[in-house]
Design a protein around this ligand. Structure first.
Ligand SMILES: C[S@@+](CC[C@H](N)C(=O)[O-])C[C@H]1O[C@@H](n2cnc3c(N)ncnc32)[C@H](O)[C@@H]1O
Length: 175
């Protein structure tokens, strides 16, 4: 929705028809447009290379425990390992859709380094044509890590109501 609102030509892909249905309703309500694709990202082929791909990856969601405390009961070791395995495959797949010089943003609402920092570290080791673009002050008041990515924790910005736990990295494909 935010990319469409900023004027970008957006393709939104999810294997969940109901999720994309909600997106289509919200686009119609706000008078914006985006192409929606119901597909498994692991099988889908991009019609053309994209300027940017945002991978809001499925994860254990442990970062949302303030609003959804039950995630801490559900997110046992096997679930986290399963998520990390899928994330590894999804980030490699999404990287194939990015044009040279384009961006890949990886994000998860997980507190687990194996779903965040480790996914990106291993991806960069395997795909040296990508590098981290420093996140700068994209979230005012939160400095990026020395690597340039952002790790946001629920205790941060408490005075503004606090945050969910999140990890995100902006990767750029060398031209
Ligand atoms: C963190 S949620 C993304 C939520 C989305 N940004 C939104 O605002 O609705 C992760 C999404 O990944 C989807 N997903 C999981 N595995 C997938 C796959 N192999 N291919 C495509 N989508 C997948 C899930 O259906 C879920 O909607």
């Amino acid at each position: 929705m935010q990319l469409a609102a900023a004027g970008h030509d957006v393709t939104a892909l999810d294997r969940s028809e109901s999720r994309l249905g909600r997106l289509a309703e919200n686009l119609a309500r706000t008078g914006m447009s985006a192409k929606t694709v119901v597909a498994d990202a692991l099988d889908w082929e991009a019609p053309v290379p994209f300027d940017a791909v945002m991978l809001d990856a499925p994860c254990s969601a442990t970062g949302t425990f303030r609003r959804h405390p039950e995630v801490l009961y559900r997110a046992h070791a096997a679930i986290i390992a399963q998520s990390a395995d899928l994330q590894k495959r999804l980030i490699r797949r999404a990287a194939d859709w990015v044009r040279p010089g384009g961006s890949l943003v990886y994000a998860v609402c997980s507190l687990e380094p194996v779903e965040g920092e480790r996914i990106v570290t291993e991806f960069l080791a395997d795909c040296p044509d990508f590098q981290v673009e420093n996140a700068g002050d994209v979230v005012p008041g939160i400095a990026p890590s020395p690597e340039g990515w952002l790790r946001v924790l629920p205790g941060m910005l408490e005075e503004a109501g606090g945050l969910d736990g999140f990890f995100t990295a902006h990767l750029v494909r060398r031209a």
